[in-house]
Write a protein that binds this ligand. Structure first.
Ligand SMILES: *[C@@H]1O[C@H](CO)[C@@H](O)[C@H](O)[C@H]1NC(C)=O
Ligand SMILES: *[C@@H]1O[C@H](CO)[C@@H](O)[C@H](O)[C@H]1NC(C)=O
Ligand SMILES: *[C@@H]1O[C@H](CO)[C@@H](O)[C@H](O)[C@H]1NC(C)=O
Ligand SMILES: *[C@@H]1O[C@H](CO)[C@@H](O)[C@H](O)[C@H]1NC(C)=O
Ligand SMILES: *[C@@H]1O[C@H](CO)[C@@H](O)[C@H](O)[C@H]1NC(C)=O
Length: 235
């Protein structure tokens, strides 16, 4: 009666040994190590890197920097600050939040540091990632003078925390051209498009712009070609 128990115990040990050997082998692929950062499980094709290993990752673009238990997409310059909220390896997408865009609405001191975003989200995203068309736009305006209340109301503009003639409104579905359609221009105002995932149904509510920005937006990446050449993610 002892032997079957011993057998399964050995089997488990063997499994554990195989698993750790596999992990070690995976870690050897270009010095990009799967692991955990905060609550996020970083698995292949992503890997954790520290500054000096930056270029040792097998697949460029999938580096993750873990700073104070917070994962950042390391492909980008550090000061760009795309925080990873979730990774969906099964369908090749990840949810990221642009932490600097939130820092923009800084009301500390006399409020003069508060400003609306100065760049479209699309300018921060490059190969191998694309912005998913499941996202929507928020359009931020910085206007040189007050707008007529009628204009503001008709356009569905909401004051931003910075006030001072800055506004935000829902800007429709993300469009792969990256910018915002001509329909969103306002005379005397500069306009920037910030991408948010929001709810997958219906329009985003511009009043919730801070939560929407922290909620992040969805990026996708192309699957590597498979043996049969299909290059499809499992559904
Ligand atoms: C991938 O799956 C997650 C849920 O598992 C979903 O939230 C996300 O929208 C999907 N991504 C795409 C690009 O469909
Ligand atoms: C409002 O905007 C003007 C001109 O851009 C600037 O001088 C002023 O400091 C701003 N006020 C606040 C509170 O940000
Ligand atoms: C609006 O634009 C002006 C000129 O570019 C800039 O100085 C100011 O900080 C902006 N204001 C806000 C609140 O973003
Ligand atoms: C994207 O926006 C541009 C500019 O408004 C427009 O010409 C184009 O048709 C849009 N494309 C899609 C796929 O909606
Ligand atoms: C958007 O949110 C604001 C504040 O929460 C609310 O007053 C307003 O009714 C909402 N607008 C829509 C169209 O749901």
């Amino acid at each position: 009666m002892v032997l079957p128990w011993l057998g399964s115990c050995l089997h488990l040990l063997l499994l554990a040994a195989t698993a750790s050997a596999m992990l070690a082998a995976a870690a050897d692929v270009g010095g990009c190590t799967p692991g955990k950062c905060g609550d996020l499980t970083v698995s292949i094709p992503f890997g954790l890197v520290s500054g000096s290993e930056e270029n040792q990752c097998a697949q460029l673009g999938f580096q993750v920097h873990c700073i104070d238990h917070v994962p950042y997409l390391g492909y980008y310059e550090r000061d760009v600050g795309l925080r990873i909220l979730d990774i969906f390896v099964h369908n090749g997408s990840l949810l990221v939040s642009d932490v600097h865009k939130l820092g923009d609405f800084d009301l500390s001191g006399d409020g003069s540091r508060c400003h609306v975003p100065t760049a479209n989200t699309a300018t921060k995203v490059a190969h191998p990632f694309s912005i998913s068309p499941l996202n929507q736009n928020l359009v931020f305006y910085n206007c040189t003078k007050p707008l007529a209340p009628r204009t503001a109301r008709r356009a569905g503009l909401v004051d931003t925390a910075c006030r001072n003639n800055t506004f935000v409104r829902a800007g429709g579905w993300y469009n792969e051209s990256g910018g915002i359609g001509g329909g969103y221009d306002l005379e005397g105002c500069s306009a920037m498009a910030v991408t948010v995932l929001g709810a997958t149904t219906g329009e985003v509510n511009a009043s919730d712009y801070q939560q929407l920005i922290s909620g992040g937006f969805l990026l996708t990446w192309q699957p590597p070609p498979t043996a049969d050449g299909s290059g499809e993610f499992s559904r």
